[in-house]
Design a protein around this ligand. Structure first.
Ligand code: TYD
Length: 137
């Protein structure tokens, strides 16, 4: 049940530029390939701290660096790839069954996450060995 690392996609978002500041809209099912059921954001992440460290059995996510920057390290059990998010007009789509870690948060970074389902601890995979077992051919 391997999911290709290339199905994780950087997606360009609209940017409405103005001398008074920029605006980026994200509409359900338009810029991103799922209906958004939940939005949350990570902030005040202490320097050197990492987040994530899990995969999801069914959840799809779209992650934006709404402020600052951070790295997302993706792993599908075979390939590993690091994506840096550092501009608010790009986001990373992550399908189900991809292990992800978030690291190297800049001071003041805000990690905005759009998710395809409500929070459900049951659909998390938090053990990497269990994840590897689930994605092996
Ligand atoms: P977790 O998803 O592990 O955070 P991250 O991947 O950013 O490191 O969630 C951290 C804690 O917050 C965990 O106890 C579950 C809780 N939580 C909710 O209650 N609701 C939510 O929507 C999310 C994403 C997490």
């Amino acid at each position: 049940m391997e999911s290709s690392i290339n199905t994780c996609k950087l997606i360009k978002l609209p940017k409405i530029e103005n001398s008074k500041g920029n605006l980026t809209p994200i509409s359900n099912g338009v810029e991103i390939p799922f209906d958004v059921k939940r939005v949350y954001y990570l902030y005040d992440v202490p320097g050197g701290e990492t987040r994530g460290g899990h995969a999801h059995k069914k959840l799809e996510q779209f992650i934006v660096a709404a402020a600052g920057s951070f790295d997302i390290i993706l792993n599908n059990g075979k390939e590993r790839k690091t994506v840096k998010l550092n501009t608010a007009d790009y986001g990373l789509y992550i399908p189900r069954m991809v292990w992800r870690e978030l690291a190297n948060f800049s001071t003041g970074a805000i990690c905005l996450v759009l998710a395809s389902y409500e929070y459900d601890e049951e659909e998390y995979i938090r053990n990497f060995d269990e994840f590897l077992e689930m994605v092996k051919d």
